[in-house]
Design a protein around this ligand. Structure first.
Ligand code: UDP
Length: 444
């Protein structure tokens, strides 16, 4: 038989957990699939679709499903547990309906690529006779820890001074994810991260938002012993890596209103290369007012200009008197920005970060050394790798009260920006990782 001149395009439905750090990598992966000839539909919750700021229209179709909280998402729910339970019930129905709707379209659906946080999506995909592809949005190191807990191979509570998980360096208990080392905090999120692995053996493919070079040992261990894992990162827009997708210059979906690029670049232009400290704790972290105060004083004492992203809902926690006393040329506070543009500007000498995986990978790919100030979830484990394994940053140490004091911020920021032996080593590692990240995503 003659091959069809117009072969049917494979069609995938991509379902992220409704948070900025999950939408970004899954949207980027979708763009890569489209560039290979597939059709991709991104399913967002009704609330996210209504409240987001979308960039210029992209090659991805957008559809919505309800999480049962169309007016306010997670913030509107009675509790995290109530939200997750409702999302599973209402979301499963909505997902099945969406799959049927797409099947009736010109391009029927082949596969559902779902966020590991939403394992019920695999059941729906199977009921609808589609391939089910799990997409893990955390590092393989973190996934491997959760896997061992879920299978009863890492008993909790942790005991002893060292945690041994195959494929990973020995970890101090405090270097495991917060849900593990501070057992009982956020029980609903604990269940969610552990339940990622309850049906993973039935998934047709397992994808992880990391890149091979970055996590070689654990990727090899997991691939040999668990499932043939595919590392699909780094998931930055193409402009920042291989430049093969000409229109892919940004993530394209913001859950917060970003400050205009010209305001930011005008402020940055007053400062020499690698002299500015960029501070951001991502889309969810909720710092105590006392931590805001210590951080602000530490930044001021370090004496470098700083650009600090503080979401509107958090700005009341800033120490007003201190902030008002710093000249505007020396400190810029923004509610949200285009983080990639800032990290790529060449002006940043230190990224003070909560170590959300996207922020860490962005800093690695753009060669910016970090001061790690992890807050919760997987961030402490990411921070351990940043300092000891990838050697692209240092960790700020908290005191017994869990607070990173101003003197520590001052000392560490100076260490990262001004260099010295350790600083030079970090800059060198950052450059080497940047090259490895680009090689990973480039042709061949
Ligand atoms: N981000 C941004 N503007 C900001 C702060 C963050 O665009 O002002 C982006 C950042 O580039 C990253 C994502 O938001 O892609 C945050 O994800 P991450 O995993 O770092 O942290 P989370 O928000 O999930 O804690």
């Amino acid at each position: 038989m003659e091959p069809s001149s117009n072969p049917r395009r494979a069609h995938v439905l991509v379902l992220p957990f409704p948070a900025q750090g999950h939408i970004n990598p899954m949207l980027q992966f979708s763009k890569r699939l489209v560039s290979k000839g597939l059709k991709a539909t991104l399913a967002l919750t009704v609330y996210i679709a209504k409240s987001m700021h979308a960039g210029p229209s992209s090659s991805i179709n957008l559809e919505t499903i309800s999480d049962g909280h169309d007016l306010g998402g997670l913030a509107e729910a009675e509790s995290i547990q109530a939200y997750l339970t409702c999302f599973q019930t209402v979301g499963s129905r909505g997902l099945a309906e969406l799959i049927r709707k797409l099947d009736r379209s010109g391009t029927p659906l082949d596969a559902v690529i779902y966020d590991g946080f939403l394992p019920w999506a695999l059941d729906v995909a199977k009921q609808c006779d589609k391939l089910g592809v799990v997409f893990f949005t955390q590092t393989c190191a973190v996934n491997n820890i959760y896997y061992h807990v879920q299978r009863g191979l890492l008993p909790l509570p942790l005991s002893g001074s060292s945690v041994e998980v195959p494929g990973l360096p020995p970890l101090e208990p405090s270097e495991t994810p917060s849900y593990i080392c501070k057992l009982g905090t956020y029980p609903a999120f604990y269940d969610m991260v552990i339940n990622q692995f309850m049906n993973v053996d039935e998934a047709d493919y397992v994808l992880c938002d990391t890149f091979y070079e970055l996590e070689k040992e654990v990727v090899e261990w997991m691939s040999a012993n668990l499932w043939p894992l595919k590392t699909i990162g780094p998931t930055l827009p193409s402009l920042y890596l291989d430049k093969r997708l000409p229109d892919d210059t940004g993530y394209g979906i913001n859950l917060f209103t970003p400050t205009t690029a010209s305001t930011v670049s005008a402020w940055l232009s007053h400062h020499p290369p690698r002299s500015v400290v960029y501070v951001s704790f991502g889309s969810m972290a909720d710092l105590e007012p006392s931590q805001f105060s210590e951080l602000a004083h530490g930044l001021a004492l370090a004496g470098h200009p700083f650009l600090w992203v503080v979401r509107s809902s958090e700005q009341h926690k800033l120490p007003r008197d201190l902030m008002d006393s710093i000249p505007s040329k020396e400190a810029l506070v923004l509610p949200w920005c285009n983080q990639l543009e800032i990290l790529a500007s060449g002006s940043i000498g230190c990224f003070v970060t909560h170590c959300g995986l996207n922020s860490v990978i962005e800093a690695i790919c753009l060669g910016v050394p970090m001061l790690a100030m992890p807050q919760w979830t997987d961030q402490g484990t990411n921070a351990k790798f940043v300092e000891d394994v990838w050697r692209v940053g240092v960790r700020a140490r908290a005191d017994e009260a869990g607070l990173v004091r101003r003197e520590e911020v001052e000392r560490r920021v100076r260490e990262v920006v001004r260099g010295g032996k350790r600083g030079r080593e970090m800059a060198e590692s950052a450059r080497a990782w940047m090259a490895a990240a680009k090689a990973t995503i480039s042709e061949g």
